[in-house]
Design a protein around this ligand. Structure first.
Ligand code: ADP
Ligand code: MG
Length: 382
């Protein structure tokens, strides 16, 4: 039985006659890592794993929400003091509150929802959940809130109700995702452009190392500070720049003697990564997936050796991909754990996945998880 049917059956058994169904998606980021806080582009796309929710107004001032995956129901009001105790329900509550804060109408409704984005694997199941409800509520109550603002509703939900101080990329990708398209997004301005992604003869596969090293949050702050120092040094010669995204590689060379070696290589990575995003966009317009793959390897090299946010497990998976002639492979996300994203020729898919599982397990004592992804539609009514 498919997810939507299961949800519908549960909905009918709990709340009577069925309602309208909505869906949204998790996301990948093909390239453009640690560029967002430097004013540069990220390059995400929605995936074929997401959240589906059935919703119907119930004529009260309460929400009754049922999570099929947790097999739990939660009832809550719509005022600030009604924040539910269950973590998963806070996402739904937060979206309601953030909609109300923007002048949108929200009244009581019943909902049953479920999802197939693996939790905490770097595919942003939380953004999928937020955008599904942000989109559904906007549609049901005819609030007329624009899609970009729906993404911000999701982001503010994380900030204000879930204690996660995230950027906008995940929610944006989840709201704006389109099958066969990636989105080149400037997270600061929300300027975006779609690029075709139809890798015929290749598959996208994530290999999840299932590790998360604790370094991540302090290292993140250090990296940011390095970037700011490098940009400030460059700005002395080129006052027009604000962030590293405005900097040319040769301008970094000019300040080599003025900044620390560490700040230099951090900036070198970021400036290189900005260029790689643009190169990937050009390559996609020519259907040149070999170049896309090469850029992915270069990103991995940069993240590992210059930005130094990789780890043994991810370098191992990347090296294995290279050894097996996988077209492209890199760590996805902030680093220090999580997944590699791999662009793999159809005929190499099975041997690569098998080798990754076997060799990784032999080396690290636990099996990686493997997720196939296809670039798909984001938030929508079913
Ligand atoms: P991710 O990286 O996948 O976004 P998060 O920790 O940010 O990981 O979000 C995961 C949380 O989102 C879960 O702990 C849960 O509260 C909520 N969530 C995500 N998907 C579901 C689902 N299918 N059903 C219920 N809650 C979900
Ligand atoms: Mg999340």
């Amino acid at each position: 039985m498919d997810m939507q049917t299961k949800i519908h059956e549960k909905f009918v058994s709990l709340y009577g006659e069925g309602g309208a169904a909505y869906a949204s998606a998790g996301r990948i980021n093909l390239i453009g890592e640690h560029t967002d806080y430097n004013g540069g582009f990220v390059f995400p796309g929605a995936i074929d794993k997401g959240i589906v929710a059935e919703i119907k107004l119930n004529g009260t001032d309460k929400v009754r929400a049922y999570s099929l995956d947790y097999d739990e129901e939660c009832t809550f009001g719509l005022n600030e003091e009604d924040k539910p105790a269950k973590a998963w329900a806070c996402y739904v509550f937060g979206v309601c509150r953030e909609t109300i804060k923007r002048g949108g109408k929200v009244e009581g409704f019943d909902t049953v929802f479920a999802g197939d984005v693996p939790l905490g694997a770097g595919l942003s199941s939380s953004a999928a959940l937020e955008s599904c409800f942000a989109f559904a509520i906007n549609d049901l109550f005819k609030n007329g809130i624009e899609l970009a603002e729906l993404a911000k509703i999701g982001q503010s939900t994380e900030h204000n109700y879930c204690g996660v101080n995230c950027g906008i990329m995940d929610q944006f990708a989840s709201c704006f995702g389109k099958a066969g398209n990636l989105i080149r997004l400037n997270c600061a301005t929300l300027e975006y452009k779609y690029f075709p992604f139809n890798p015929k003869g290749y598959r996208l596969v994530l290999v999840d190392s299932c590790v998360k090293h604790e370094l991540a949050s302090s290292a993140y702050n250090f990296r940011r500070q390095s970037c700011e120092r490098a940009a400030a040094a460059i700005k002395k010669n080129h006052p027009e720049i604000e962030t590293l995204s405005d900097c040319k590689r040769i301008w970094l060379e000019e300040v080599r003697g003025e900044i620390s070696g560490e700040d230099f290589i951090r900036a070198e990575y970021v400036i290189g990564e900005m260029q790689r995003v643009l190169d990937v966009c050009d390559a996609l317009e020519r259907d040149d997936y070999e170049t896309v793959g090469e850029m992915m390897y270069q990103t991995h090299f940069g993240m590992s050796k210059l930005y130094e946010v990789s780890c043994e497990e991810l370098d191992f998976l990347n090296k294995l991909a290279r050894k097996m002639d996988v077209t492209g492979s890199r760590v996805m996300g902030g680093g220090f754990g999580g997944c590699t994203i791999n662009l793999v020729k159809d005929e190499l898919y099975a041997p690569f996945v098998e080798a990754a599982k076997k060799e990784f397990t032999a080396k690290f004592g636990h099996a990686p998880k493997v997720y196939d992804v296809v670039i798909s539609d984001g938030a929508r009514k079913l």
